[in-house]
Design a protein around this ligand. Structure first.
Ligand code: GLU
Length: 403
């Protein structure tokens, strides 16, 4: 995804959302795009922090460590975070960070050096009331812990709310580890009340944090998980897979494909499987014009960011498939990040049940507000979601007198 896609997208949505030329320019323009060159293990890397929009609150969004990170992509992701926090109705704006690095090639000491160097480069722009990073692709709670420590060392005081997705021991929140999957599950439970499905069969592409936890949670709710996959490929069993056993296979052998109770399938076949619900939970751009017409699922829950191309989306809509877009489907992660930030402010920590309940309330409310704005409209659910989010951001901009 590049920022060019965002510009194009905004132009097509502008007439539907009654956006003026001035508002369009405001929405297309990131507030700040900070860049730096940082060093770890004697090598230098390009690092970014884009602060897209803060009309609704401090900038919020993850930091990814990935070889393909570039400024245009980080800008686009920061824009989508602006809409995601609006959809989730949490008091944040949108930001995103990244380093162009393959973290798998770094030693643990170099990874720590890189994480600390990132914070040193951007520390004056970060803070609990300014810009609050979190984990994203190939970053985790340990990296958040190093970043927090570096920030607190530089500033000489404790400020756990400057970053979320921390380990529990340093002020992290219960449920944050499974929040993305759990949020998606809550939304799916609402969607099946609206869309008729013949059974509760589910296929899940991706067996990382989001995909694996979604498989577990859905299985425990009585859904039949007929297929799962990882980067090497997938496994299919129409009678249902025992997910805890699949997890053991993955742990022992490195891939779910080696699970013996099922048939091996490819990452393309899983998209076209006979099932009621499909959860793309790994890569972007996997549902394309090549396979969209063959999708048999009635509901798609986008746990990954951007798994459906715009052209594929039109085909799915024509075929009556309900696509729950990423900025709603995977908003559970940033929502529990918000709860973590609130708990840090209180210095008082909630019980697991409380957090699950609050997350459920947020996700169910978001879904029902969006469904109301979608029902009876000519456009699809995704478009309704985007319009709703954009209007919320613009309202905050207007109240501040910026547009
Ligand atoms: N990186 C996650 C996302 O894209 C979480 C962001 C956060 O918790 O701030 O939604």
């Amino acid at each position: 995804m590049t920022f060019h896609h965002v510009q194009e997208f905004l132009k097509t949505i502008a007439p539907l959302a009654n956006i003026s030329a001035k508002e369009l320019t405001r929405l297309q323009t990131p507030n700040h795009a900070h860049t730096a060159t940082i060093t770890a293990g004697g090598k230098t890397y390009s690092a970014y922090r884009v602060q897209f929009n803060d009309a609704r609150g401090p900038y919020k969004g993850g930091i990814r460590f990935h070889p393909e990170v570039n400024e245009e992509e980080v800008k686009a992701l920061a824009f989508w975070m602006t809409l995601k926090t609006a959809v989730a109705d949490i008091p944040f704006g949108g930001g995103k960070g990244g380093v162009a690095v393959d973290p798998k090639k770094l030693t643990p000491a170099e990874l720590q050096e890189l994480s600390r160097a990132y914070v040193r480069a951007f520390s004056s722009h970060l803070g609990a009331e300014k810009d609050i990073p979190a984990p994203d692709v190939y970053t985790n709670s340990q990296i958040m812990a190093w970043m927090l420590d570096e920030y607190e060392k530089l500033n000489g005081n404790h400020e756990p709310g400057m970053i979320t997705g921390k380990p529990l021991e340093l002020g992290g929140s219960l449920v944050r580890d499974i929040a993305t999957a759990l949020g998606g599950v809550y939304v799916l439970e609402e969607a099946v009340k609206k869309v008729k499905v013949k059974d509760r069969t589910v296929a899940i592409q991706g067996f990382g944090n989001a995909g694996m936890n979604a498989a577990l949670l859905l299985q425990d709710l009585g859904y039949t998980i007929v297929a799962v996959s990882d980067s090497q490929g997938g496994i299919y069993n129409p009678r249902g897979l025992a997910i805890r056993d699949v997890m053991k296979t993955k742990e022992k052998t490195g891939s779910v494909q080696n699970h013996t109770e099922g048939k091996r399938i490819s990452n393309d076949e899983i998209i076209k499987l006979n099932c009621s619900v499909f959860l793309p939970s790994a890569l972007s751009g996997v549902i394309t014009t090549e396979n969209a017409a063959e999708v048999k699922a009635k509901i798609i829950v986008e746990l990954a960011n951007g798994p459906t191309t715009p052209a594929a989306d039109r085909i799915l809509h024509k075929n009556g498939v309900l696509v729950i877009p990423d900025i709603l489907a995977n908003a559970g992660g940033v929502t529990v990040s918000y709860f973590e930030w609130v708990q840090n402010k209180y210095t008082y920590y909630w019980k697991e049940e409380e957090i699950r309940e609050r997350l459920k309330e947020k996700m169910v409310n978001a879904f029902s507000a969006l469904w109301t704005s979608y029902e009876g409209k000519k456009y699809d659910f995704r478009t309704a979601t985007y319009i709703h989010a954009i209007q919320k951001v613009l309202m905050a901009e207007k109240l501040r007198g910026r547009v």
